[in-house]
Design a protein around this ligand. Structure first.
Ligand code: ADP
Ligand code: MG
Length: 744
C-alpha cells in the first residue's frame, strides 16, 4: 500500500552523546548511563526536567515543556515551513531563510535602554528589514553574507521583529545568493557555519533561545533509549517507517538529508495515523451506539417540491448531494454528512430537501444558524421556497416574544409544527420535539462540540440525522484530515446565470487612476462600488498601507470628487455602521470605502465594482470572499486588485485573476502556505498538524488512513497486545476527547 522508504533502516545508536558527560549541570540521565545495559524505562520521560525555577524554566513552560518527553516532542523548524519573503503577510508568525546584506546598530537611549540592530536581509524573492532587540553583539556575528533562519512577526510597516534566530544549517540553495570568498569575514562565518551545521533551529520563546533548547536536547539524547515504539511491527514494516526513537534522533540531531526526511516521515505518519484513529473511532462509536429513524425512499412531498416547488432545476452537484442524502437517510443509523459549498452555491436548497424528507414521513426537522440575522434570513428563505408546499416554518431565537414562544414550544412537542429554524436558543432544555429526524447545522464551525451534542439529544429515542453546512471550500486531502469522521458532499458548480467577476491585478499609478475611472463610469451608469483598504484608520505603524478613513477623505477631493461616499469599518460605533450600511443598501451612497468588514453579510446586487488597495496584504481566501460581494446581480462586475508587488512576484493575486472557483483557490492557497493553519476548520478534530504538511504528505495521509481503517476493523477498542501502546498514545494525545470511549 505504501512505498517502502529507502532510509527506513535507520536505527537509534544507544551511545550517549559526549555533552551528556561534559555538562556542568548534568541531568539525571547522564548518571544513569554508567550502569552498562539499559532497560527502557519510559516513566522517566515523564519526570520534570532539572532546569531549576528561573527564566529558562519559565521560558520552557510557555512552550509547554516541563518533562523530558515534552522536550523531545518539541520539534525543530521544518524547512518546508519556510516562506519566501515575497509571500509574507502582516501580523503572521513567519519563518524565513535569508542572507544578511547590511547591518545597522541603534544604541538605546532614555530610561529604558533598548538597543536595536537593523539588518537588511534577502532571499531570491525579495528583501526585508529585520530587527533584533537588545543583542548588540550580533553585529559581529551576523556580518553581511551570513545565512540565517529567522522566526518572527511582520509589523504593518513590513519590518520583521525577530523572536528567534540561528545560523542556517542547510547548504546554500541555487539562487540563495552567492558568498563572495574574497572577504575575510566571510571565511570566519563559513567556519562558524560548519561548526553549527548539525544544530537544529527550534521555535523559541521569551526566556529561552533556540540555542539553549538545542543544548538541552543534546543533554537529553540518551533519554531517547526510553522512547517506546507504539506502532505494531506490521504497520511499521508495511509503511516502510523508521522506529520512533530513531526518527526523533534524526530530527533533533540531523545527520544528512536522507535521515532527516525519513525521521520526519515517521513522525508525520504517527500524527496522521492518530488523527485518523480518533476520527474513525468517533465515527464507529456513533454508528454502533445510536439509532436514527430510517426515512425510506423519496416520497411525494419532497419529489413534488423538487419538480414543481422550485423555480429552477438543481445543479449537477446539488442533484448528486440529494442522492447521497437519500442513501444516508434510508439507514437506521444517524447521517453525519458535511455539505461544503461557497456562499451562493445553493446549500440551502439541499438542506431544505433533507428537511422535507423528514416531514414527509411525519417527523420534524430543524435548522440551527449561528446568528439571529442568519436565522431570520433562513426562516424567510425557507418560507418563500415552500410557498406552494404545506409545511409551515417557525422561527425561534432569544428575542422571540414569550407568548409566541409558549405556543411554538407546545406545537413542537405535539409534533404539529414540522420545521423550526433558530439560533442556539433551540438547544435549550425547554425546547422539545415530538420526533426530530433531521437537524441541519449552518456554518458548522461556529458551533462547539457541546452544542452539537445538545442537538443530538433533541430526539428521545436515538439521535436525529445531521447535515452540517460549511461555506469554506477546502481541498479533498484536507477534508480527509479534518473531517475524516464525516461523509462529505461538495457543491462546486455555481447555479447557472451567475456572472463571473472580471478580476485584474494592477500597479499603483496608471493602474489606480484607471480603476477609479471604472468606479466613476459604473456610478454614472447607476451602479455602486466598494473600495477596500487594509486598515481602518491611520496609526504610527501604517507605513505604506492605506486606511479607509483617510482614503475616503482623499478620494472625496481627488479621484471620486462629487460622488456620494460612505465609510464602514469595524471600529465605528454600531449605530454609525448600521446607518452606513442602510445608506448603501438604499442606494443613497455611490461608493462604500471600507475594511474587510464587507466580507460578511452585505448583499447589494447593484454594486458592480470593487477596488482593493494593498491587495498584496490579503490572503487568497479573504480576497475571494471580498470579491464575492460583487457579481451578485444581473450586471457584469469587476474587481481591481491594486498592488505594489509585481504580479509575477505575487502568486496569490495571479491565482485570483486566473480562477473563480473557490475550491481551486483553496488548493493553491494550501500549496503556497502549507497546512500549518487550517483556516475555517472546526476545532474538535486534529486540526493543527505539527509535522505533516499537506498537500506534500497526501500520499502518507492516504497510507495512514488505510492502516487506521484496518486497525479499527480488527480491534476497535485497541486492546489487542500489539495495539495497547497505540491506544495509550491516542489517549495521551487527545485526552478527554477519547476518555469516554477508550477504557481508562
Ligand atoms: P448558500 O447557502 O450556499 O450560500 P443559497 O442556498 O442561499 O446558497 O443559494 C444562493 C442563491 O442561489 C439563492 O437565491 C438560491 O435561490 C439560488 N439557487 C440555489 N440553487 C439554484 C439553482 N440550482 N439554480 C438557480 N438558482 C439557485
Ligand atoms: Mg447559506
Amino acid at each position: 500500500m505504501c512505498a517502502a522508504n529507502p532510509a527506513a533502516s535507520l536505527r537509534w545508536d544507544d551511545r550517549p552523546g559526549p555533552s551528556a558527560f561534559a555538562s556542568a549541570t548534568p541531568l539525571r540521565w547522564a548518571e544513569m548511563l554508567g550502569a552498562g545495559v539499559r532497560q527502557p524505562r519510559p516513566a522517566r520521560l515523564h519526570e520534570p526536567l532539572a532546569v531549576g525555577t528561573g527564566k529558562l524554566a519559565a521560558g520552557l513552560r510557555t512552550l509547554g515543556i516541563g518533562t523530558a518527553s515534552e522536550l523531545l516532542e518539541h520539534l525543530p523548524t521544518d524547512r518546508r515551513e519556510l516562506q519566501p519573503l515575497c509571500a509574507l503577510r502582516v501580523g503572521e508568525r513567519v519563518t524565513v531563510a535569508v542572507e544578511v546584506r547590511s547591518l545597522r546598530a541603534h544604541a538605546g537611549h532614555g530610561r529604558r535602554v533598548h538597543s536595536r540592530l537593523e539588518a537588511t536581509v534577502v532571499d531570491h524573492t525579495g528583501s526585508l528589514r529585520a530587527v533584533f532587540f537588545n543583542q548588540p553583539w550580533l553585529a559581529r556575528r551576523y556580518v553581511p553574507g551570513t545565512r540565517l533562519l529567522l522566526e518572527g512577526k511582520l509589523d504593518a510597516k513590513g519590518t520583521l521583529g525577530v523572536w528567534s534566530h540561528a545560523l542556517d544549517p542547510a547548504p546554500a540553495t541555487a539562487g540563495g545568493g552567492a558568498i563572495d570568498p574574497s572577504s575575510a569575514a566571510e571565511l570566519a562565518i563559513t567556519r562558524d557555519h560548519a561548526q553549527n551545521a548539525a544544530i537544529a533551529h527550534y521555535p523559541a520563546s521569551y526566556g529561552v533561545t533556540s540555542t539553549q533548547i538545542a543544548a538541552l536536547m543534546r543533554e537529553l539524547r540518551p533519554a531517547l533509549a526510553d522512547v517506546l515504539e507504539p506502532l505494531p511491527a506490521a504497520v511499521r514494516v508495511g509503511a516502510g517507517l523508521a522506529d520512533r526513537a530513531a526518527a526523533l534522533a534524526a530530527v533533533h540531531f540531523p545527520d544528512g538529508e536522507q535521515q532527516l526526511a525519513a525521521g520526519r516521515r515517521r513522525l508525520a505518519f504517527d500524527e496522521l495515523l492518530l488523527g485518523q484513529l480518533l476520527l474513525l473511532r468517533r465515527r464507529a462509536q456513533r454508528l454502533a451506539r445510536s439509532w436514527a429513524p430510517p426515512l425510506g425512499q423519496r416520497a411525494s412531498l419532497s419529489a413534488d417540491w423538487l419538480k414543481h416547488g422550485l423555480p429552477f432545476a438543481l445543479t449537477a452537484d446539488q442533484h448528486t448531494a440529494t442522492l447521497a442524502l437519500d442513501a444516508d437517510l434510508a439507514r437506521p443509523q444517524p447521517m453525519q454528512r458535511l455539505l461544503i459549498g461557497e456562499v451562493g452555491s445553493g446549500k440551502t436548497v439541499v438542506a431544505l430537501y433533507a428537511m422535507l424528507r423528514a416531514v414527509e414521513r411525519g417527523h420534524q426537522a430543524t435548522l440551527m444558524a449561528p446568528t439571529e440575522t442568519l436565522a431570520e434570513q433562513h426562516a424567510a428563505t425557507l418560507t418563500a421556497l415552500l410557498a406552494a408546499t404545506p409545511a409551515p416554518v417557525a422561527l425561534l431565537t432569544s428575542s422571540t416574544p414569550a407568548a409566541s414562544r409558549r405556543k411554538l414550544l407546545s406545537q413542537l412537542r405535539d409534533g404539529s409544527l414540522p420545521i423550526l429554524v433558530g439560533t442556539h436558543a433551540l438547544i435549550e432544555p425547554e425546547v422539545r420535539f415530538g420526533s426530530l429526524a433531521v437537524a441541519v447545522i449552518d456554518e458548522q464551525h461556529r458551533f462547539g462540540v457541546s452544542q452539537r451534542v445538545a442537538l443530538d439529544a433533541k430526539r428521545e429515542q436515538g439521535t436525529p440525522h445531521v447535515l452540517h453546512l460549511s461555506a469554506t471550500p477546502i481541498p479533498r486531502t484536507l477534508a480527509l484530515a479534518v473531517y475524516g469522521d464525516l461523509d462529505v458532499s461538495t457543491l462546486r458548480s455555481l447555479p447557472a446565470g451567475r456572472q463571473p467577476v472580471l478580476t485584474r491585478a494592477v500597479a499603483p499609478g496608471a493602474g489606480r487612476r484607471n480603476a477609479y475611472e471604472r468606479v466613476r463610469s459604473a456610478v454614472a451608469a447607476g451602479r455602486q462600488a466598494y473600495v477596500v483598504c487594509p486598515l481602518a484608520s491611520d496609526s504610527n505603524d501604517s507605513g505604506q498601507l492605506r486606511a479607509a478613513a483617510s482614503e475616503l477623505a482623499r478620494l472625496a477631493s481627488a479621484e471620486l470628487a462629487g460622488l456620494r461616499l460612505v465609510l464602514l469599518h469595524g471600529q465605528m460605533p454600531v449605530r454609525d455602521k448600521q446607518a452606513a450600511m442602510a445608506a448603501f443598501v438604499a442606494g443613497e451612497a455611490d461608493v462604500m470605502v471600507c475594511t474587510t468588514v464587507v466580507e460578511v453579510g452585505i448583499d447589494v446586487p447593484n454594486a458592480t465594482v470593487m477596488v482593493v488597495e494593498n491587495a498584496e496584504r490579503f490572503g487568497i481566501s479573504q480576497l475571494h470572499q471580498l470579491r464575492g460581494r460583487v457579481g451578485r446581480g444581473e450586471h457584469a462586475s469587476e474587481c481591481v486588485l491594486i498592488s505594489t508587488t509585481h504580479p509575477s512576484r505575487a502568486p496569490r493575486l495571479r491565482a485570483l485573476v486566473d480562477h473563480a472557483d473557490g475550491f481551486k483557490l483553496a488548493e493553491i492557497d494550501l500549496e503556497l502556505r502549507g497546512s500549518g493553519e487550517l483556516a475555517g476548520t472546526r476545532q474538535s478534530g486534529p486540526d493543527s498538524l505539527r509535522v505533516a504538511r499537506l498537500p506534500d504528505d497526501s500520499a502518507l495521509l492516504q497510507c495512514a488512513r488505510g492502516h487506521a481503517e484496518a486497525i479499527m476493523a480488527a480491534d476497535p477498542e485497541l486492546c489487542a497486545p500489539e495495539h495497547v501502546l497505540l491506544g495509550d498514545v491516542l489517549k495521551a494525545t487527545f485526552g478527554a476527547r477519547t476518555r469516554t470511549r477508550l477504557a481508562a
